[in-house]
Design a protein around this ligand. Structure first.
Ligand code: OAD
Ligand code: ZN
Length: 246
């Protein structure tokens, strides 16, 4: 079966780099983007230039963020997160590359310095002008009375969830580290991503081109199934559950 083949490939690999998308967190109660019921099927994304230009867009963006607060706060790592953390503890995974912003890889046991977050993290906020960090609770206290998004106390520029929006530049250091990881692994696991958002979706291609085996685990077809060595079109928790070690 696919799971047995995956087990063999993991056993044979020396350096495994997992690359995750929103599908690994759906069993934790966090919706993905493009499945039925996904975030982008309900709301249009707010591009970065709109967030910068319009107070209304900022208010809407924070309304959406606070609507997710209870599910984000309650979310615990799922079987996929725990299996990857087990491979990390076993020394096979030097670091993980993720498009996710939910902090669940850190919560599953990855040290923060070994989680390369291509699209940032929504468990805190930053000023888009000077980069000062603000806690979500700080933003909420100021947002709640009138539903107006607060500005930076240091420079007056807008405060934004520390995530990357469409049209916002990618984080340089994270791009560099993900490139290096993709180039130097022998097994690359693309898990729970539709692989349609670039430049993130370039990493499975890069790993494959640099000689790694590519495995795609996703319950729907992805844009890169045709270049994969193994495609497991099945539930992530069910597929990775057997690899959880306590
Ligand atoms: P998508 O929503 O595009 O893809 C998630 C994939 O996971 C879908 O193909 C689902 O079918 C699959 N999936 C969901 N639950 C699953 C399960 N339990 N088992 C197996 N497969 C499952 O999410 P991403 O690829 O992560 O970026 O999206 C990429 C980027 O687009 C995000 O990082 C975000 C978004 O816009 C920005 O906002 C910049
Ligand atoms: Zn500032």
């Amino acid at each position: 079966s696919g799971i047995e083949m995956l087990g063999d490939m993991i056993a044979e690999a020396r350096t495994i780099v997992p690359f995750t998308g929103a599908g690994i967190s759906t069993e934790c109660g966090i919706p993905d983007f493009r499945s039925p019921g996904g975030l982008w099927t309900r709301n249009r994304p707010i591009p970065f230039d709109e967030f910068v230009a319009s107070q209304e867009a900022r208010d809407e963006s924070w309304r959406r963020r606070f609507a997710m607060e209870s599910s984000l706060a309650a979310a615990r790592p799922g079987r996929g997160h725990r299996a990857l953390a087990s491979l990390y503890k076993a020394g096979k995974v030097p670091a993980i590359v993720t498009q996710n912003i939910d902090n669940l890889h850190q919560a599953s046991g990855f040290s923060a310095e070994h989680v390369v977050e291509l699209h940032g993290n929504t468990t805190y906020a930053r000023c888009i002008g000077c980069g000062t960090r603000f806690e979500i609770a700080w933003v909420k206290e100021r947002f709640d009375p009138k539903g107006i998004a607060p500005s930076c106390t240091a420079c007056g520029e807008p405060v934004k969830s520390a995530t990357i929006s469409f049209g916002q530049s990618m984080p340089e250091e994270e791009m560099r580290r993900a490139t290096e990881l993709a180039q130097h692994c022998d097994l690359f696991l693309a898990i729970g991503s539709s692989l349609v958002v670039w430049p993130a979706a370039g990493f499975p291609v890069l790993a494959r081109n640099c000689g790694a085996r590519l495995v795609i685990i996703n319950n729907e077809p992805t844009d890169q199934d045709d270049i994969a060595d193994l495609v497991i079109r099945y539930d992530i928790g069910e597929t990775l559950g057997p690899f959880v070690r306590n």
